[in-house]
Design a protein around this ligand. Structure first.
Ligand code: HEM
Length: 733
């Protein structure tokens, strides 16, 4: 789960030696980068000495005599695919500085179209994911701000949800450090509405035209296609240290939010601001939130790494098992409602900038409905793989805003799905079919599975009685909010988009000590995996503009000097709602492992299992061997895991029943659970086994009782806090 270890760093760029010979195998390019962003145009760097392209031969195998690198990119200047030089690739062409993106922007469309079709057949991003069916029941509390029918009082709407990682290929591990997708398809009576969000409320870029750049930087290096599914490598840090609008999102990724315990324990965010309109035509600017009933919890980093090897399907399995067991995961949909002011800002926060949040302390999240996932797909490919979400799938009462990231996304998804799903008829796939009547006059094309009748798929017609008719808003038609657009057509961004650090600082200062430790470790780990000193130094420079203490600690871990800030760290108010720690949460669906063998009190083990299941959790018996445990006249106990087939990472809590026979794997299981600050329980004389495993029996979160029921009560109480964070005074994992 880790990138290759650069055991010797490359020389600093200032050093004399600039030869392309990489001192350590694995360096990303044929020469070290400069610390500052290069400013002098030049031809692309040559390939590394160990690399060579295929022979220059014709399609029929004849040598062409062309130089070997004749197929590579050429020229010092950025061009379109037609060789036209470009002045800007960072801003889409907009109608006014804060206006919508124009269809005329050929560079935007060409760049994103090409990107959309880069990977076949998996999704170009978010390839690794898993889905579930469910229902959404609205409370009616949003009816004053939106006329969307599915948000009216007590309406139940079927949904399909797909969770995903962003970077990894379809077969990559679930628990890598990454942002998670949280996409929901509401099959409403008015047409399908898709809320295509993430588990983090901000994004790396402010304009969709940068999406190919950030993904190219974060995906594996183009030559060796490593590392898989992670950001701990030079190209990612090269990009984000130069493109500092990514800073806030990078902080979220490096925090515990980047390694969720379960999809069931993740928040979701629509990220962008949407414009909602009510029956009277009044509009508001709104951000969507999903709040999990089980609370927001994460793995610790070492646990995430172990799981990536021992159970790469951990999150997938967890979701499917919970649903199968009837522990249906639930989230409340919430909205933050801001006035639709002409400048589209709130308390100085630019609502069109997707790198910014509105703290919940400023605008509370109001619950508007409940999502329950209650069924697993029957066929992964037909449903989870073929589902196609799109931000443009809207219903009356919900409009997009001119956020330039949102604007480009409106183009990208349909475009990419044409390739991924093999043509224009993917809306007819069972998982994508709306639950509202469809009469779109679209005809033919690959994989057409409708049998359209009627002689006149055009309008106006008289041959088919004029059908289909257009509808007015009173008949449920989608009519865009009449939002004024004005300004000079230009590739620019407003000055308010220039603040890249203040909210990253707010996020950092809002975390508890232990969360800050984790974040510091994550930065140190990721930058420690980079080969290039210049990139590490540049990344430290970005950190210095957020927080001096954090910078000093990461610099110390990297063995580099801590730079001073170039932009004075902002004076910000922390937002306590951003911390995951400090509140008790329900324990439904949590997993308790019970280590037992024939010497354990098997009747007590069975009673304990029953109590755990009755409390809405899972109880798995772990024994030295498979099959059953039998002793005397007591009913046999079925063994779900053996010491060989499991690791501590499968459990939220480990309980020892009596003193099972000494076994190194049992000791490892207990020692790991202790190190990962999990609650550990013991009953019926468990002291001996725990002491033999080196677990201090008086440590915080170690509960030992003679009686299993008394032990379980205390264990459940502690589990509400997720982990025993105060067990160790210093870093974890
Ligand atoms: C706020 C920023 C963004 C969020 C929250 C987001 C979220 C998501 C999610 C959740 C998926 C997975 C959908 C699924 O499960 O099938 C996805 C896929 C995708 N996203 Fe985004 N994304 C963002 C920005 C962008 C941008 C700026 C672009 C391009 C300009 C983009 C292009 C894509 C593409 C091409 C896919 C694959 C879709 C498919 O194959 O069905 N995304 N995104």
């Amino acid at each position: 789960m880790t990138a290759a270890d650069p055991n010797r760093d490359r020389t600093l760029p200032e050093a004399e030696e600039k030869a392309p010979s990489a001192v350590v195998p694995g360096a990303p390019a044929s020469e070290p980068p400069s610390l500052e962003e290069p400013t002098a145009p030049r031809e692309p760097a040559p390939t590394k000495a160990d690399q060579r392209p295929p022979e220059a031969v014709s399609p029929t195998g004849k040598p062409t005599g062309a130089p070997e690198d004749s197929r590579a990119q050429a020229g010092a200047y950025l061009t379109t695919a037609q060789g036209l030089r470009l002045p800007d690739t960072d801003h889409s062409l907009k109608a006014g500085e804060r206006g919508p993106t124009l269809l005329q922007d050929h560079h935007l469309r060409e760049k994103i179209t090409h990107f959309d079709h880069e990977r076949i057949p998996e999704r170009v991003v978010h390839a690794r994911g898993t889905g579930a069916h469910g229902v959404f029941r609205s409370y009616g509390t949003a009816a004053s701000v939106t006329r969307a029918g599915f948000l009216a009082g007590d309406v139940t709407t079927p949904v399909f949800v797909r969770f995903s990682t962003v970077l990894g290929s379809r077969g990559s591990a679930d628990t890598v450090r990454d942002t998670r997708g949280f996409a929901t398809k509401f099959y409403t009576d008015e047409g399908t509405f898709d809320l295509v969000g993430n588990n983090m409320p901000v994004f790396f870029i402010q304009d969709a035209i940068k999406f190919p750049d950030v993904i190219h930087a974060a995906k594996p290096h183009p030559d060796r296609e490593i590392p898989q599914a992670q950001s701990a490598h030079d190209t990612f840090w090269d990009f984000v240290s130069l493109h500092t609008e990514a800073t806030h999102h990078v902080f979220w990724n490096m925090s515990d939010r980047g390694i969720p315990r379960s999809f069931r324990m993740m928040e979701g965010f629509g990220v962008h601001t949407f414009r909602l309109s009510n029956a009277e035509g009044g509009t508001s600017l709104v951000k969507f939130h999903w709040k999990p009933k089980l609370g927001v919890h994460s793995l610790v980093w070492e646990e995430a790494q172990i799981i990536a090897g021992t159970d790469p399907d951990f999150h997938r399995r967890d979701l499917a098992d919970a649903i199968e067991a009837g522990a249906f995961p639930q989230w409340e949909l919430g909205i933050q409602v801001m006035p639709d002011s002409p400048d589209q800002t709130f308390e100085g926060i630019d609502l069109l900038d997707p790198t910014k949040i509105v703290p919940e302390e400023l605008v509370p999240v109001q619950p508007v409905g409940l999502l329950t996932l209650n069924a697993n797909p029957v066929n992964f490919f037909a449903e989870t793989e073929q589902v196609a979400f799109h931000l443009g799938h809207l219903v009356p009462g919900i409009d997009p805003t001119d956020d330039p990231l949102l604007q480009g996304r409106l183009f990208s998804y349909l475009d990419t799905q044409l390739t991924r799903l093999g043509g224009p008829n993917f809306a007819q796939l069972p998982i994508n079919r709306p639950h509202a009547p469809v009469n779109d006059m679209f005809r033919d094309g690959m994989h057409q599975s409708a049998d359209h009748a009627g002689p006149a798929p055009y309008r106006p017609n008289s041959l088919d009685g004029g059908v289909p008719f257009t509808a007015g808003p009173e008949l449920g038609a989608y009519v865009e909010v009449a939002q004024p657009v004005q300004g000079v057509r230009a590739r620019t961004a407003p000055a308010s988009f220039d603040d890249h650090f203040s909210q990253a600082r707010m996020f950092y200062l809002s975390l508890s000590e232990v969360e800050r430790d984790h974040l510091t470790d994550a930065f140190t780990f990721e930058l420690g995996k980079c080969y290039e000193q210049a990139i590490k130094l540049r990344a430290l420079q970005v950190l210095a503009n957020v927080d001096a203490d954090l910078t000093a600690r990461v610099a110390d871990g990297l063995g580099l000097p801590a730079p001073a800030a170039t932009v004075a760290p902002a004076d910000v108010e922390p937002s306590p709602a951003l911390s995951q720690i400090g509140r008790p949460w329900p324990t439904d669906g949590r997993v308790i492992g019970i280590i037992a063998d024939e010497s354990s009190d098997l009747a007590a083990v069975t009673d304990l299992q029953n109590s755990i299941v009755a409390a809405g959790m899972q109880a798995l018996v772990i024994a030295p061997h498979g099959g059953t445990l039998t002793s005397g006249t007591v009913d046999p106990v079925i063994v779900q895991r053996t010491l060989l087939t499991t690791r501590s990472t499968e459990f939220d809590v480990v309980v020892v029943a009596g003193s099972p026979k000494a076994a190194p794997k049992m000791y490892r299981l207990l020692e790991e659970a202790f190190r990962h600050v999990k609650v550990i329980g013991g009953f019926g004389g468990a002291e001996e086994a725990l002491a033999a495993a080196g677990i201090p029996t008086d440590a915080p979160g170690v509960v030992i009782e003679q009686d299993a029921t008394r032990m379980l009560d205390q264990v459940v109480e502690l589990m509400g806090e997720h982990r025993v964070w105060h067990r160790f005074p210093v870093q974890v994992g």
